[in-house]
Ligand binder design. Structure first.
Ligand SMILES: C[S@@+](CC[C@H](N)C(=O)[O-])C[C@H]1O[C@@H](n2cnc3c(N)ncnc32)[C@H](O)[C@@H]1O
Length: 429
């Protein structure tokens, strides 16, 4: 194997460590410094992905053999990175040849002290089994909510199967048929997902053709769950919709598609930076019906309106995103869950004040914890008897827990999308 992908991955990890950004963002920034081939970039992405999953297992294994204090950061990272990849099944071929190529390419940056520990890599080759690839609290949590066997399948599935790419067509810019024809001409295979209309599975290895369509704003990539949430809410042309915690605007954009760019969407988010990028994105996608407001939704919202439909998509612990972002498993801590839960309840309560009688509100998170979902819904219904949970007309995924049959839960291993929770409420009086 060409050592460039490994060196690129090490540089990305170094940037992560210095700045705290995610490995995928770091890889993007580091890869701009030099010309890399598509093959090297793809391999580096695969290496970092595998490292995210198996880092803890590799590190535990190494700790048993070698004391942490004996290694500097670069040596430790190289050892952990290569070990993670070996455990994760990446075939580096002959490890001695790989190491000698790495030594040559890194030149004076090659850490001399690593030389005496290289035997460990050969040892790992002969002992590839992995004990734990998730924090114990997360494994236990899943076992509690879905049973041991299902939890095991879920966790293993996330690490074994790549997430699919979903797309929607921008009919605000061009007719559906014309976009599909352009896609066909570029060898981009779009297969309609038969669970809900208007969402496509991208089945193509022609990334250039795909990027081309995205750069023209003709298709957008997002998870299945985002469109499902909007389809459940059923926004219609000429309605007034409030979108709370809206940035970067995926649900705003999908709502505008359903409304055929007619009516008004009021988008609220607390981050000015994210609002600015949402506005840019909406202009690019030809969305003409959005008014943005910067506001903290944990406080009463600065509007005096009752609207047809409300979307509440507050920040969450992101436990449902581990399939796409394997690194998150080591970042999310149990204390975040409780913190988000309080925050979400406040945002839901403030947003609900703007639903008109007979109007609808959708509450969604990309977390699978009970605290951020069922508990928030139960507390809300307890203090707002004028709202009721409604069964969505499109029934995908599984029921909510704790007897909330009308709520929906989506999981990677059963629904091929992010872990997601959705509850649809109607204001009765
Ligand atoms: C899960 S993201 C929303 C994703 C968005 N709905 C979409 O579909 O693209 C959560 C958003 O909540 C915003 N946010 C965080 N705290 C907030 C608060 N107190 N009030 C309003 N928005 C907040 C964040 O800036 C972030 O953009």
């Amino acid at each position: 194997m060409d050592p460039e992908a490994i060196i690129l991955s090490i540089e990305a990890l170094k940037l992560c460590q210095e700045t705290g950004i995610s490995p995928s963002s770091a890889l993007y920034l580091v890869s701009k410094k030099k010309r890399y081939t598509i093959k090297e970039l793809r391999m580096a992405r695969k290496i970092l992905h595998t490292y995210s999953i198996y880092r803890k297992s590799a590190s535990r294994y190494l700790e048993n053999i070698i004391s942490d204090s004996m290694l500097d950061w670069v040596s430790k990272t190289i050892l952990e990175l290569i070990s993670s990849c070996i455990i994760g099944g990446i075939d580096f071929g002959d490890i001695t040849i790989l190491v000698s190529k790495l030594r040559q390419s890194m030149g004076k940056n090659w850490p001399e002290e690593l030389e005496k520990h290289l035997g460990i890599l050969r040892l790992i080759y002969s002992r590839p089994e992995v004990e734990v690839n998730y924090p114990i609290w997360f494994t236990r949590y899943l076992e509690k909510i879905m049973g041991k066997m299902d939890a095991e399948y879920y966790l293993d599935f996330q690490d074994r199967v790549n997430p699919p790419i979903y797309a929607s067509l921008n009919i605000l810019k061009m007719d559906k048929e014309k976009i599909l024809k352009l896609a066909e001409e570029r060898n981009v295979v779009l297969k309609e997902d038969n669970r809900i209309p208007d969402i496509y599975l991208v089945e193509t290895s022609n990334t250039k053709g795909l990027k081309d369509l995205m750069n023209q704003g003709l298709i957008t990539i997002h998870d299945f769950s985002s469109y499902y949430a909007v389809k459940i809410l059923k926004p219609k042309p000429n309605e007034l919709v409030l979108d709370v915690c809206s940035a970067p605007g995926t649900k705003t954009w999908l709502t505008a598609l359903e409304m055929k760019n007619k009516g008004v969407i009021i988008s609220i988010d607390s981050s000015w930076k994210r609002i600015k990028s949402q506005v840019k994105r909406m202009n690019f996608l030809n969305v003409r019906i959005v008014e943005v407001i910067q506001a903290d939704a944990t406080k009463p919202l600065p509007i005096r309106l009752e609207v047809d439909k409300v979307i509440v998509d507050p920040p969450c612990s992101s436990t449902g995103l581990i399939w796409r972002e394997p690194f998150y498993r080591w970042v999310i801590k149990p204390r975040h869950i409780k913190m988000f839960s309080n925050f979400q309840s406040k945002i839901l309560q403030n947003s609900s004040r703007h639903v008109k009688q007979g109007g609808y509100l959708i509450y969604s998170t990309c977390s699978i914890t009970i605290e951020e979902n069922e508990h928030v819904v139960e507390d809300f219904l307890r203090i707002n008897p004028n709202f009721e949970l409604v069964e969505p007309s499109l029934s995908i995924g599984s029921h909510g827990l704790r007897g909330l049959a009308e709520a929906r839960r989506l999981y990677p291993h059963t629904d091929m999308c992010n872990g997601f929770f959705i509850a649809l409420f109607m204001r009765r009086y």
